[in-house]
Write a protein that binds this ligand. Sequence first.
Ligand SMILES: [Zn+2]
Length: 339
Amino acid sequence: MRIQEGADRFIRPEELRVFGAGASTSSISAALLAQQQQVWPLLRAGYASLASVQTREFAFDGFVVKVQFNPGRITSSAAKVDERSIRERKCFLCLRNLPPEQRGVQFGEAYVILCNPFPIFPEHFTIPHLDHIPQQIDGSFGVLLDLARAMGDRYTLFYNGPRCGASAPDHLHFQAGLKGFMPIDTEYPAVVSRFGRLVVEQGGVRCLAVDGYQRRFFALESSSPAALTEEFTRLVAALRSVLGSTEEPMMNILASFDGAWRVLVFPRARHRPSFFFAEGDAKMLISPAAVDLGGVCITPLEKDFHRITPEDIATMFEEVTLGKAEFEAVAEKGIMRRE
Ligand SMILES: [Zn+2]
């Protein structure tokens, strides 16, 4: 274990046995949540508020989207993520800045599992790198797979790109939420069989392009982390080439593990939908990230919660995810490899 500033923030798994921790990372995480709820009032308040949130559910053709009125998420949804605002605030993921009650469980050499005090899920974790380094999937994708394997019996892991939902784009982190909470967790098999198209299958990995679920995405399935990482790298390269950019393509990722990995990559076109920037009554404060694309749209303001329509949701998904032409062009690059 490397020693560094804030290392006293780590709880050893043995200390969590009294909270029900078993051997697995997922059970240790669940026990951490129980411990933190006992000692950390802000977290307790966050979960108390979550217990009374209102939810609506819209049924589309063959799938559902939930809308959650969650005032605790206002800071995240309205977050200013421009360079200057980020530079001028104290990073809330650096160990030295955590509130005194907040402690976490170390994961691997360089990460710590922390409880998210503004939860969306009935169990919600943030998993930052120990160093203050930028949010970037290049070089950290393997950790996402490791986390999914370690926690996947209970949680779905996710990544929000620095310009599409991460409220700390300057500090590398993943999140985990209770499995089965996002509709996509259970809808996936039906959605893929109905809307999925095989792009490429080789070297033990399958890549599918899914279009028809309102938000287009690529699904990678494999039991080999090496093959998966290679295919993901190819997908990112294809996105870069189609988008004509050298930066990390905007994306949200959902990763789960059940004997094999399932990695869903949602390439993004925009950070926020047009209604976010509208004036007056037309404005709705919804800033979609991985959870929204997983089928749980978060509205921090009550007025938006009541008036949002299924059409608004469809429009939002269409606006923020990759357009059809670009999506097809990326899929085509994979298909060409196969032929
Ligand atoms: Zn930081």
